[in-house]
Design a protein around this ligand. Structure first.
Ligand SMILES: C[S@@+](CC[C@H](N)C(=O)[O-])C[C@H]1O[C@@H](n2cnc3c(N)ncnc32)[C@H](O)[C@@H]1O
Length: 254
């Protein structure tokens, strides 16, 4: 069988949009690993782990374009323009993002400008934070007995308010996974209870999932406020809400 690391990359591709996964360096895909070895320029985000950045050789130009919640280090339009500029200089350009570039990663927006400029690109998916945190906390996102669907939701909305279809989200037998939800966690819990979700529904908060600093907090919707007051929970976090969280005790392995 051919070793996938030996397969050549396409010469035509000018820009690779690459998912770096949630943190653990071993969760990088084989293709992502190959591509970052061939890079001439890497534009990377705040959530790409230092271990993954260490795989990129010193002579590669590394451009930090990360954004914290309220601190927009480089505007989105500038990032897209940088990708176009580097590609037009003939450099193999990698846009490296935490998790998967098409899940709350604005990957689509960045590709639009490349498409407008007829620049050839490829998208390499990554393990999204929800999957990484689910696996590393022993919380399956679906389970035949407890949850028949799962929703990935952003807890950080443009207006600053968490404004979602709470009636639908409060239905049981489904797992809710909130990205960027820590700042709005009390609001989220309050709305779910108000619209009918059982206040004893278990909640798992996974901080820095899959990394050496991973922390797991288990609580319930009506006890979140207490937990947040007591513990120093800090981002990035994935919040998993649903009966499946109850499996953590039995299935934890990290
Ligand atoms: C802008 S979104 C990017 C999501 C990314 N594209 C993905 O697929 O995972 C950033 C949010 O992802 C979540 N996140 C990313 N990495 C994480 C990690 N290692 N542990 C917990 N949450 C993480 C947090 O909710 C964080 O605020």
């Amino acid at each position: 069988m051919t070793d996938p690391l030996m397969l050549p990359l396409s010469d035509a591709t000018q820009v690779y949009l690459v998912g770096a996964g949630p943190g653990d360096v071993e969760l990088l895909t084989v293709k992502a690993y190959k591509v970052i070895q061939k890079a001439e320029v890497v534009l990377y985000d705040r959530l790409v782990s230092p271990e993954i950045m260490a795989l990129i050789s010193d002579d590669v130009e590394k451009v930090y374009v990360g954004k914290a919640r309220a601190d927009h280090a480089v505007e989105q339009s500038q990032i897209s323009q940088l990708l176009v500029d580097y590609a037009n200089q003939g450099k193999k350009t990698i846009r490296l993002k935490g998790g998967d570039p098409f899940i709350f990663g604005r990957g689509g927006e960045e590709l639009e400008l490349l498409a407008q400029h007829n620049i050839n690109f490829e998208v390499i998916p990554g393990i999204t934070a929800a999957s990484g945190c689910s696996a590393y906390s022993g919380i399956p996102l679906t389970h035949r007995d407890y949850s028949q669907s799962v929703r990935f939701i952003t807890g950080h909305l443009k207006s600053g308010h968490v404004n979602l279809n709470w009636k639908e989200l409060a239905l049981d037998q489904q797992t809710l996974v909130f990205y960027m939800g820590l700042a709005g966690i009390l609001d989220i819990a309050e709305h779910l209870i108000k619209y009918g979700r059982n206040p004893n529904t278990p909640v798992g908060i996974i901080e820095k999932g899959t990394t050496k600093e991973q922390q797991i907090y288990i609580t319930t919707l009506n006890e979140i406020a207490e937990l947040v007051k007591k513990e120093q929970v800090s981002p990035p976090t994935i919040i998993i809400i649903g009966e499946v969280v109850g499996l953590h005790e039995k299935l934890k392995w990290t």
